[in-house]
Ligand binder design. Sequence first.
Ligand code: ZN
Ligand code: ZN
Length: 229
Amino acid sequence: MLLCDFHIHTRYSDGSVGLSRTIDLYGQAGFDVIAITDHVVNSDSLIGKLAHRFRLSVRQDNFEDYMRRIDSEAQRAWNKYGMLVIRGVEISKNYMSSDDSAHMLIVDIKKFIPAGWSYEKIFIEAKRQDALVVACHPHHVSDMSRETLYLWNNREKYARYIDAWEIANRDDVFNVISLKKYRYVANSDFHKPRHLYSWKTLLNCEKDVDSVKNCIRHNKGVAITLFRN
Ligand code: ZN
Ligand code: ZN
């Protein structure tokens, strides 16, 4: 099965490791498929504005550069490690209350999607781009500062737009996802090298972008594993 991680941050947002070194860390650890998913943060709240001030967000004006860098690193990763690297972002709607906040991965994104758009508009645009939508850390997490509950609280309304939910994120496992029988993946939410050792997804499919997306959407041949040093 393919060892995968679809939730990785670099210095394009709030990760501590640059893109090239991140690729090498994953390549040397033997990963088959990864997605680079730096934050695209909303700017209609105080904490959103702060993220922009500190340059912790991919923006409309550097999105093309971000895509090009990922593409060139993807080529290098394929040649050197046989590792598939997919373009992504984590749309991050940050507000003071965790009940109002939500993060979602857009995996295989092609064009910039602003985090200030409504949920419906974001989901419809992601579908138009044939990108995968993953609800991130959707329930209570051990680090309360990272909690985002909006999508879970509004799951009746939004579940139909969501291709998969994170059933595990780094050290946290969300049993509620299995109780609802939602489609799932597990990701590291990588920000630092030690986050490599965390929950991951295993997929039983071919190593190409369409097969990976189909496998997650059908959620057959999907497993999770705790990747440890
Ligand atoms: Zn997040
Ligand atoms: Zn994240």
